[in-house]
Design a protein around this ligand. Sequence first.
Ligand code: NAP
Length: 212
Amino acid sequence: MHVLLLGASGRIGRRVATELLDRDHAVTGVSRSGTVPEIEDPDFVAVAGDATDPDQIARLATGHDAVASALGPGDDESPELLAEMIEAVIEAIRRASVDRLVWTGGAGGLYVGPDTRLVETDDFPEEWVPIARAAIDAYEILAAAEDLRWTYLAPAALIEPGERTGEYRTAEGELVTDEEGDSYISMEDFAIALVDELEDPQGIHTYLGTGY
Ligand SMILES: NC(=O)c1ccc[n+]([C@@H]2O[C@H](COP(=O)([O-])OP(=O)(O)OC[C@H]3O[C@@H](n4cnc5c(N)ncnc54)[C@H](OP(=O)(O)O)[C@@H]3O)[C@@H](O)[C@H]2O)c1
């Protein structure tokens, strides 16, 4: 596959790029900086592009088999930029005639009980509420794009750089927790889940949680 990867220079994006390249896919990696110094591979091209600009992304997406996103607003930027980015990317890929999109989302909108989302629980850190709410807004915009084959793939509650174990589980709309009740996934295993979903879609039109 030839994949346009948005946010390729980010913490999750770099690992998704590495996983794609290890599986012999070709990757065009987009970020505003246009560089991913950590990745040197003949099948990887780093390009500059602004994911809030549908014209730029449509131009870049043309000719690719699928688009994957690991976009996130910078620490000093508004979480609401997520909605702007997803709207622009949806418009762009329609124009570029690419219909497959796997979006790295947030765990906050996943259900932990019949009527309770993770973001609504007492233990959810206050400082993460704005980005979690913004990620739910982004999900709702994506969910309306029925003409696209989208998957909204959420990390576990906690995702960090770690080990590539090859083990993970997914759940539709629900937070994935391990035997101790912890919700965690390494960025390396999340990257595996994302590339698996691109290669062998299991969650079209689905909000999928990941974890162990
Ligand atoms: N538990 C959870 O639910 C959880 C935990 C962690 C992360 N996440 C989500 O996962 C996503 C990725 O997280 P991360 O930690 O890997 O983020 P990150 O390290 O901040 O990377 C963000 C990437 O997006 C790019 N970017 C930002 N704005 C852009 C724009 N306008 N146009 C093009 N590229 C842009 C950045 O590059 P430039 O700045 O050079 O453009 C960078 O490559 C985020 O949406 C985050 O909310 C969820």
